[in-house]
Design a protein around this ligand. Structure first.
Ligand code: SAM
Length: 267
């Protein structure tokens, strides 16, 4: 197992993280180093992103890229990194090795090689916004990763639920997690840059700003409510403007550090 670490200057670290998540949707370990931040990935040789792509993602903020062979306790490190998430006394999302949660809804999510333990700020804020509205009718999760949001939607009461992603690892993880939690989902491989966007009255899209802005108008008129996440604070107004052009207005906003999630509704 290899630990691949990329150290970057703090001022641009959130922007770099957004780029790195495109290369490593399974998430990264973050180590605070004062003026610098280190992001690390674990994987066998050949399954990690290529060094030139990592360097390009870091751009001018790059301090150093390093690799280190790590002993067999890597799985324990991953376990330390992946903790249960409890929301509002209603919903627990936990890895398979943690004991059952005490909330009415208890979900087991193993992201495998896809993004989505539930604990990332961008995912957690989607869940908070989902919990703030009644759950009914059809639901679509654009960029489903591990399937965490689609599975939560199905358990909250949305039906039918469709989950889409362009990454085969995400499709595989979503199928597996849906079976573990005994929920019925339709899972489809879709490239949201080029394919038509599947629509439903309620949509969650934890993607990146560029894709949200590019596809905002495709969501209207099918969507009555859209929860958009994966947005850096300085990009939020650009996303609001793109959705306004699709007649979807901002009704709620969550902020966590440099990340923002927005809830849009018609009317
Ligand atoms: C930030 S992750 C969100 C995963 C999960 N929904 C969550 O909230 O934890 C973004 C997901 O969008 C997917 N994605 C990125 N670009 C995409 C595209 N062009 N088409 C479809 N899915 C895409 C990635 O593969 C990744 O699984």
């Amino acid at each position: 197992m290899i630990r691949l670490a990329i150290r970057v200057r703090r001022e641009q670290s959130e922007l770099v993280l957004a780029e790195l998540l495109q290369l490593a949707p399974g998430g990264l370990e973050e180590v605070d180093g004062g003026e610098e931040v280190e992001y690390a990935l674990y994987g066998p040789p050949g399954e990690l992103p290529a060094l030139p792509a990592l360097r390009a993602a870091a751009g001018d903020s790059l301090v150093e890229v390093s690799t280190e062979e790590i002993p067999d306790n890597w799985a324990d490190r991953w376990r330390e990194f992946h903790k249960p998430l409890v929301l509002d006394g209603k919903l627990t999302i936990r890895p398979p090795w943690e004991p059952r949660g005490k909330t009415p809804i208890d979900l087991v999510v193993d992201p495998g090689r896809a993004f989505g333990t539930g604990a990332h700020a961008t995912t957690r804020m989607c869940l908070e916004l989902m919990l703030s509205r009644p759950a009914r009718g059809p639901f679509v999760d654009l960029g489903c990763g591990s399937g965490v949001l689609a599975i939560a939607a199905a358990r909250l009461g949305y039906q039918p639920v469709l989950a889409v992603d362009n990454d085969p690892a995400a499709i595989e993880a979503t199928h597996a997690n849906a079976a573990t939690n005994a929920v019925e989902l339709e899972v489809r491989r879709v490239d949201l840059r080029t394919d038509s966007v599947p629509l439903a009255p309620t949509v969650v899209a934890n993607l990146v700003t560029a894709l949200l802005v590019q596809r905002a108008t495709s969501l209207s008129p099918g969507a009555e409510r859209v929860i958009a996440s994966g947005i850096l604070a300085e990009e939020a107004e650009r996303v609001v403007a793109a959705f306004a052009a699709a007649r979807l207005r901002e009704h709620a906003r969550c902020v966590d550090g440099d990340w923002v999630a927005l809830l849009f509704e018609t009317g």
